[in-house]
Design a protein around this ligand. Structure first.
Ligand code: ADP
Ligand code: ADP
Length: 230
């Protein structure tokens, strides 16, 4: 069934920039949909309409069947993990504390949080005994981004938004993280929206691909369908 639906959505910024115009698509529960296209074509805007960092000018976004305007922002954001390129880890908190942020907001007990943090660090290839008590500044860019992904997964969100999550990494680290994330995807039933300007990354990561071109959704389909109708 549909987890996220965009129905004739237009976003015009206050300076009259039309970021997206009349976009309609559906994201099935448990799938990964990749938004791909050149810089400035509306990918990030589309994503930020899902966690309501921005509001649509026209049209409706549905979350699990409900118009998201009817949902509390706080509730919505508890349900939706967010990973961006410039990670935004909390520098004054250890790796473990960073990953624990959302479970703590949700009031999980300490043992459950500790177990979850260790489990996620291991999943992301960061030995908890080594990394849990380090500060982000001691880690490489790739390791920091792994912590960012672990943090987004921590409280089992229904949806994860990933905006160029591996964009700032060197090509080898980037390929490693793509492969790791593909493995993780198999093991979770989270609905994922993934933004990239790299078509190869899109074809690799996506169950569905939404191709953007200056504010319009010009193609939507499986990687195979996109390759067969370039
Ligand atoms: P992408 O993610 O594909 O790079 P964006 O969604 O960031 O595209 O931007 C789409 C268009 O909207 C661009 O022309 C961008 O400059 C513009 N834009 C993005 N954010 C704002 C904003 N806060 N105010 C005005 N224009 C914006
Ligand atoms: P992206 O990586 O999606 O291209 P940008 O670097 O274009 O992102 O935008 C980074 C931030 O700047 C975003 O928060 C976006 O909303 C804002 N922004 C982008 N374009 C504009 C604009 N023309 N006017 C105001 N803010 C903008």
């Amino acid at each position: 069934s549909s987890m996220i639906t965009f129905e004739n959505v237009t976003k015009v910024y206050p300076d009259e920039t039309v970021a997206i115009e009349d976009i309609t698509f559906e994201v099935e529960r448990g799938t990964t949909t990749v938004f791909v296209g050149p810089s400035g074509c509306g990918k990030t805007t589309t994503m930020t309409l899902v966690n309501r960092l921005e509001e649509p000018t026209e049209g409706t976004v549905y979350y699990d069947g409900t118009d998201i305007q009817e949902l509390e922002k706080v509730e919505l954001r508890r349900d939706i993990g967010y990973v961006i390129q410039e990670i935004g880890l909390f520098d004054h908190m250890t790796v473990g504390e960073n990953v624990a942020t959302v479970p703590e907001l949700r009031g999980w007990d300490e043992d459950r949080i500790d177990g979850r943090v260790d489990e996620l660090l291991e999943l992301m290839g960061l030995q908890p005994a080594t990394y849990r008590d380090q500060y982000p500044s001691a880690l490489s860019g790739g390791q920091q981004q792994r912590v960012g992904v672990a943090r987004a997964l921590a409280a089992d969100p229904d949806v994860i938004l990933m905006d160029e999550p591996f964009g700032a990494l060197d090509p080898i680290t980037r390929a490693e993280l793509q492969d790791e994330f593909l493995e993780i995807q198999e093991r979770i039933d989270t609905t994922i929206l993934f933004v990239t300007h790299d078509i190869n990354e899109a074809l690799k990561m996506g169950d569905k691909i939404a191709v953007f071109d200056v504010g319009e959704l010009v193609q939507y389909g499986t990687p195979r369908e996109i390759l067969e109708n370039p």
